[in-house]
Write a protein that binds this ligand. Structure first.
Ligand SMILES: Nc1nc2c(c(=O)[nH]1)N[C@H]1C(S)=C(S)[C@@H](COP(=O)(O)O)O[C@H]1N2
Ligand SMILES: [Mo]
Length: 296
């Protein structure tokens, strides 16, 4: 994979791949890593023995496979991501159905090291691979009416056991305002750690919006729809008092059932304060004049 580096965060902050791949162990083992920190051991040294534990391979949110965080990695293992087409439609000049390989060649892929913050309070730093979503949007030539972009995940209940349950309204839908989608940080993503995206992380194609909570970053996308109406995103539909449309990482707005002020970085012992916009101050101007408590 051809990769041009675009460094936003020092690479020393990246969650080591084996720690990431063994999220389950590290979340369970934060006490041990705290003790190791006291003993002067580095996280990498500590992580080494877990390398062999291939069976505890991941920790994801991917409700199409399971509501359990440990199950998507194994349940998605044989999910077919080829052939895969992406429909571009709605208020756009170039309505088209593209093969995912064509989409991936629309611009030069880069590595982007992003902070990733989940509503449940964990965070990681991941080197994603992809290019700015704006590259695709520009090529699609949206009409002036298009003020929002809606992303739809594949509907495939035969191969996605979670879709055979009513836990969410399927297919999973997410959306961004056009200026958010055009921000260079919004990533159209098809890889991580220099490799093809693992199935449980949303192969073959997902969005990554680093200043928003994880659920805004839809996985396994089959449709990119341009519209003049604010999309009804799945989590907002499911629990409107808990999940809004904007969902910017905001330490000052509590989730109704828990505080959002702090987070635990995977592999670390002490919680760290959560930063406004997840630390991506460059997006603040997109929301100037908006009440971000009301538009949570
Ligand atoms: N289609 C789909 N996309 C999804 C989800 C999901 O359940 N289905 N979960 C979201 C949530 S809550 C998070 S935190 C991130 C997790 O991405 P990761 O597993 O790559 O860390 O994916 C998001 N995208
Ligand atoms: Mo999440």
């Amino acid at each position: 994979m051809l990769i041009k580096k675009a460094v936003d965060i020092p690479s020393s902050e990246i969650t080591p791949k084996n720690v990431y791949l063994n999220r389950r162990k590290f979340l369970a083992g934060t006490i041990i890593s705290g003790a190791a920190a006291v003993a002067g051991m580095s996280l990498r040294e500590l992580a080494e023995p877990t390398n062999v534990l291939k069976d505890v391979s991941n920790y994801n949110n991917y409700y199409e496979f399971s509501t359990d965080k440990y199950e998507p990695a194994k349940l998605a293992k044989d999910f077919k991501t080829q052939p895969w087409s992406v429909t571009i439609d709605g208020q756009v000049k170039k309505k088209q159905v593209l093969d995912v390989d064509t989409v991936m060649k629309m611009a030069t892929p880069e590595e982007r090291i992003y902070r990733h913050r989940c509503v449940e309070g964990w965070s990681i730093v991941v080197p994603w691979v992809g290019f700015s979503l704006s590259e695709l949007i520009k090529k699609a030539e949206p009409l002036p009416k298009a003020t929002f972009v809606e992303f739809t995940t594949v509907l495939d209940p035969n191969h996605m056991p979670g879709q055979r349950t009513g836990v969410l309204d399927w297919p999973y839908v997410e959306g961004l305002r056009m200026d958010e989608a055009m921000h260079p940080l919004a990533l159209l993503c098809f890889g991580m750690y220099g490799e093809t995206l693992p199935n449980q992380d949303g192969a073959p194609l997902r969005i990554v919006v680093p200043w928003k909570y994880g659920f805004k970053s839809a996985k396994a996308i089959v449709r990119i729809h341009f519209t003049d109406k604010q999309p009804v995103n799945t989590w907002n539909k499911s629990a409107p008092n808990e999940y809004g449309f904007y969902s910017n990482v905001n330490p000052n707005v509590d989730h109704p059932r828990w505080s959002q002020a702090k987070e635990r970085r995977l592999g670390e012992f002490f919680k760290r304060p959560t930063l406004m916009f997840n630390g991506y101050d460059q997006v603040a101007s997109l929301y100037s004049g908006m009440d971000l408590k009301k538009n949570f």
